[in-house]
Design a protein. Sequence first.
Length: 145
Amino acid sequence: MEKRKVNSLGALRGLAVLMVCFCHFAAPLKKNNFFSETFYFLELNGIYGVHIFFVISGFVIPLSMDKANYSFKYYFHFLYKRALRLHPPFLAALIITYTIVFLADYVKHIPFSETPIDIIKSAFYLYLTPSNPVFWTLQVEVQYY
């Protein structure tokens, strides 16, 4: 079977990436400069990039499953492939996040702000650490699957 991409989605994904980046990085730039209003606008509206990603996923994943003639009997294989793609980078980001939080708390001479149970739960998308609120998007994606 011929694999085809929906090329316009690549451009839309690129736009969504830029929107999310502007949302995260515009905040410190929105004060006391000529472009303050522009950076404020970018920060305020950049969150819609995440919504665009969700819509793209909601379209592309079923489309690719249809093109590959997936049936329900392949559902666990599909989940396995998605887990292999998403979970290792997520765990790496989680380890980096908890390491930074631990070191920051240690330097500030305060107790580590996460419990062992929270750390274990977060590895399975059951707890969202307030130290990295961006992880909420992965929890939504896992629920979608």
